[in-house]
Design a protein around this ligand. Structure first.
Ligand code: AMP
Ligand code: GLY
Length: 435
């Protein structure tokens, strides 16, 4: 046993959301794990990891920490540190990383980069134009007509996209971008064909040359019931996405994912980590809406709940270019997560309100609560962000998972918070129609 203990791996996880709580929960279940560190973490992650205070913008400081604590693998949760290029100096220092290089993270960091890649390697997506000034962008919109989609090129925390149903809306969105509403992210705009169909999130785990399907999900981006109101980071999700059956998965792998992996290798930016494809399943087949270069939040929470295999083994295989030797197993059950958010989210979430009942909710069978924006203070659990808790449940059907998740929500006493009451509605309707 002592040799096993000395082989026990040390992992540093970066992030503080529900996504990272779900990752820490799965990593902690691995028999290979010795110590999990997380920066900055949250109270849920603290159940599985030692929280450390690191400035992740200070790459030298992260390297120094990894060297002195003999970290075997760094797992990067959110996109910002990937796009800022944290991976490259770590790799150069001989530290293994689960996550793409800065060059490969352009798939998320620049929408124009991704559209050009699609054009060059024949990856199906909407037609588009890239513009660095308003008059040319507006002329393109006038020529194409509405509906049309206007996107800030860079990272804009999910807010840089306007799906314009009228030409006026599209022209206003161009002005907003070039007037600096999205800062540097809006220095260039991508204007895109409006795609119609059913949306799905599809995930692949990649090691630079091999990509393996890594589950599917559908999320609910709007703040209000019936998919109304402001866009958010995601108010809930379920997995699998019914539209991503075996045949569609193989088609997406063949037409989108493999050409992307080959293309990225060919341009000298091999992609390693999680490739998250936002898809529109149109009447002409699957088309790419966008790529992200990390797990979705809250999609990760439902994926981790369904993953049967050892996440640490899978991530190590990806970091060591050995995914061709691996297969991944998933539970046949559905998983669904309901986000509980602080009053005022997404515009101005109220902090500091008291949350009770999380332990009681978790005593229900098939239920797991992931923390996002929470904090412990004087023995209380307080809201400390926009999206605060993810109430997650599994079931034989989406309907069963939904029922269990909302039963758990009812155990949580938090007058300062709210959630959508209809997460999973499309899948539940589909299940009812199929009966
Ligand atoms: P994003 O912030 O890039 O995830 O985009 C937000 C949402 O805008 C997506 O989930 C889609 O619903 C919608 N969207 C983005 N691009 C398009 C497009 N080309 N056609 C239709 N809807 C789109
Ligand atoms: N839930 C959407 C995202 O993580 O991008």
């Amino acid at each position: 046993m002592s040799s096993f203990a000395s082989d026990a791996l040390k992992v540093l996880l970066i992030g503080s959301g529900g996504r990272e709580h779900a990752l820490s929960w799965k990593l902690a279940a691995s028999p290979l794990l010795g110590t999990l560190y997380c920066t900055p973490g949250n109270p849920g992650i603290a159940d599985h990891a030692t929280l450390v205070d690191l400035d992740i913008d200070d790459h030298e400081a992260v390297i120094a920490f990894c060297q002195s604590f003999e970290i075997d693998l760094v797992v990067v949760g959110p996109e910002a540190p990937l796009v800022a290029g944290l991976t490259d100096p770590l790799l150069q220092a001989g530290i293994k990383v689960f996550g793409p290089s800065q060059a490969a993270a352009q798939l998320e960091g620049s929408k124009g980069f991704t559209k050009d890649l699609c054009a060059r390697f024949n990856i199906p997506t909407g037609s588009y134009g890239r513009f660095n000034n308003a008059p040319k962008a507006k002329a393109y919109i006038r020529a194409q007509g509405a509906p049309i989609v206007v996107k800030a090129d860079g990272l804009a925390a999910g807010k840089g996209v306007v799906v314009a149903m009228t030409q006026e809306e599209a022209l206003d969105a161009v002005d907003a971008c070039f007037e600096g509403q999205f800062g540097d992210a809006g220095a260039e705009v991508v204007i895109e064909e409006y795609l119609e169909g059913e949306e799905a999130s599809f995930f692949c785990i990649c090691d630079g040359t091999t990509a393996l399907p890594f589950g599917s999900a559908q999320d609910h981006k709007r703040v209000g019931d019936g998919d109304t109101g402001a866009n958010t980071g995601g108010m809930g999700a379920y997995s699998p996405a019914p539209v991503m059956d075996e045949a569609m998965t193989e088609r997406v792998m063949k037409e989108l994912i493999r050409p992307t992996i080959r293309g990225m290798a060919e341009i000298g930016a091999p992609f390693s980590g999680i490739l998250f494809a936002g898809l529109m399943i149109t009447k002409d087949g699957p088309k790419l809406i966008e790529y992200n270069t990390r797990f979705g939040d809250p999609e990760c929470q439902v994926l981790m709940t369904r993953l049967k295999d050892d996440l640490l083994v899978i991530m190590l295989a990806a970091a060591n270019n050995m995914l061709d030797q691996l297969s991944v197993r998933w539970s046949d059950e559905a998983a669904l997560t309901v986000v509980m958010a602080a009053e005022g989210y997404p515009a101005s979430p109220r902090k500091g309100t008291v949350i009770k009942g999380v332990e009681e909710a978790e005593t229900l069978p098939h239920v797991k609560v992931f923390h996002a924006g929470t904090i412990h203070k004087d023995g209380d659990l307080l809201a400390n962000g926009g999206r605060v808790l993810n109430i997650t449940a599994t079931g034989k059907t989406v309907r069963e998972a939904q029922k269990r998740a909302y039963e758990a929500v009812s155990k949580i006493s938090w007058p300062g918070g709210f959630c959508r009451k209809d997460i999973g509605w499309r899948a539940v309707e589909r299940e009812k129609a199929a009966q």
